[in-house]
Ligand binder design. Structure first.
Ligand SMILES: O=P(O)(O)OC[C@@H](O)[C@@H](O)c1c[nH]c2ccccc12
Length: 484
């Protein structure tokens, strides 16, 4: 498709860049790598959950732009992604284009380490190479810009992205482009208020095009959104997902600004619903059912003295049965690096939970390989809550009492709110555990405000066997609803 203005300029430049890169790679092995990548999160599912009362904000990492020049050149993608996550963003968009937007794939990789939210790679994509590359770096979605390619190519790239586990966000700026995108098979369609040829922004574009969308298509409004009133105008025309770049990046208080866009008046009551981790599963069917009920994370115990201990083969059966977006967590007690990594690799684990006296060095070494490390800190045992600073590489802290006979899963409630007072450096995630059950979890969540709650015995009928009715009741108590 012939393009003009800025779009032509980028297209020419990027085509050369991509030709140069693809000359050097073996596309077959890159595709194999992309197919085996299983980043957490599902972009389509996440956006599908938005409603007029709870809109989805896709917060963008954008250091500079062609129309504005530098926006925030020193932006740290890792720290910013954490702020977006805490503030309640639904997904994160990362501009990886380097010439005009000063982004990189390394930025996307840093965001991947920082969050469990789904990630969109924003770039000027016109080759399968860039789609594979996005997946390998940890993306759950890629941007495809309709006027940048022929309708046939667009359809092929949409299919390719889905084949390797990503959902494309297909961008349009006119009625004609909408027709092309819909015919090519797009589900998520980004209405860019900014015309990429002239770089002019007009918020009315999304409102004008939204009425064309049928029920099975999801519109996402993008560009120029800077206030709650812009979101409300979008809601008025049937849009419930919004992509926001510059104004979020420039905000003084990122979390508060996202809260404003979401229409939250009281940050405390609007705090994010915690994720739910069901721990100590031993059966693939049960694990799949827990996931189906809304469990975000599944814990697999690799500790021989535990009644819920799994062999590598048993654990593989469970992780292979689960959908890609499930956060699979291997639980270890005083195991060494080799023992842990063998299981991470064989079972394709997303995270590890270290439930003994593991050293800060081990946490650091594991975190370096891109695994999310959850370190357990105990109220009544070492390492205590005062050790948080020493474990600064941890993705999160699981807080437990530590009095029971087993290292975990003792079904004993404790003074949870001691954890709420815990001091951490760059607020690492807080995962509340120990004695939680369907009857007490709501109170515990209100008292502590954790990022995740963890339960094992509280939803069991026997060691390692979950009572699905209790699992459902537990998830309902945390999230207000459970899936059916
Ligand atoms: O910073 P804004 O005005 O909130 O815009 C964000 C986003 O829509 C914009 O970055 C964008 C939309 N489509 C693109 C395509 C390429 C590069 C960038 C974009």
């Amino acid at each position: 498709m012939a393009v003009t203005g800025f779009l032509k300029q980028v297209k020419d430049l990027k085509q050369q860049e991509v030709a140069h890169l693809t000359a050097k790679v073996d596309m077959g092995s890159l595709r194999a790598l992309a197919e085996s990548a299983t980043p957490a999160g599902n972009f389509l599912t996440a956006l599908g959950q938005s409603t007029p009362a709870k809109v989805g904000i896709i917060a963008e990492i954008k250091k500079a732009s062609p129309s504005k020049g530098p926006i925030r050149p020193d932006l740290d993608p890792f720290e910013h992604a954490r702020r977006y996550t805490r503030g309640g963003a639904r997904a994160i968009s990362v501009l990886t284009e380097s010439n005009f937007f000063k982004g990189s794939l390394a930025d996307l990789e840093a965001v991947r380490r920082a969050t469990h939210l789904p990630i969109l790679r924003k770039d000027f994509i016109f080759s399968e190479f860039q789609i594979y590359e996005a997946r390998v770096a940890g993306a759950n979605a890629v941007l495809l810009i309709t006027p940048l390619m022929d309708p046939g190519e667009l359809a092929a790239y949409i299919a390719l992205a889905r084949e390797i586990g990503m959902e494309p966000l297909v961008e349009i700026n006119s009625e004609r482009q909408f027709e092309t995108a819909a015919k090519a098979g797009a589900t998520l369609i980004g209405i860019n208020n900014r015309n990429l040829e002239t770089l002019e922004t007009d918020l009315k574009v999304a409102q004008r095009l939204a009425p064309f969308f049928s029920q099975d298509l999801i519109p996402v409004a993008a560009s120029g959104i800077s206030a709650r009133s812009d979101i409300e105008a979008g809601i008025g025309s049937g849009i419930v997902n919004f992509l926001v770049g510059e104004s979020i990046v420039r905000a003084q208080d990122t979390e508060a600004f996202i809260g404003e866009l979401l229409g939250e008046t009281d940050r405390d009551t609007a705090a994010q619903t915690p994720l739910v981790k069901i721990c100590g599963l031993t059966d693939p069917d049960e694990a799949v059912q827990c996931q189906g009920l809304g469990a975000d994370a599944i814990g697999l115990v690799f500790y021989e003295k535990s009644p819920r201990h799994l062999s590598i083969e048993q654990a593989q059966k469970i992780t292979r049965a689960l959908p890609r977006e499930t956060i699979t967590v291997g639980v270890f007690v005083n195991a060494d690096h080799g023992y842990i990594m063998e299981r991470v690799t064989a079972c394709n684990l997303r995270a590890v939970q270290l439930h003994g006296q593991e050293s800060p060095e081990l946490v650091k070494a594991l975190a370096r390989s891109g695994i999310w490390v959850i370190k357990t800190l105990f109220a009544q045992q070492q390492p205590g809550f005062d050790m948080a600073r020493a474990y600064e590489d941890a993705w999160g802290f699981l807080v437990e009492d530590g009095r029971g006979t087993l290292p975990g899963g003792n079904a004993r409630p404790w003074e949870w709110n001691r954890a709420a007072r815990m001091e951490t450096t760059a607020r690492t995630r807080l995962i509340l555990a120990g004695g939680l059950d369907p009857d007490n979890v709501q109170q515990a969540v209100n008292d502590v405000g954790p990022d995740m709650v963890d339960v094992s015995s509280g939803v069991e009928r026997a060691y390692g066997k979950k009572d699905l009715k209790l699992v459902k009741k537990f998830i309902q108590a945390v999230k207000g609803t459970a899936k059916v």
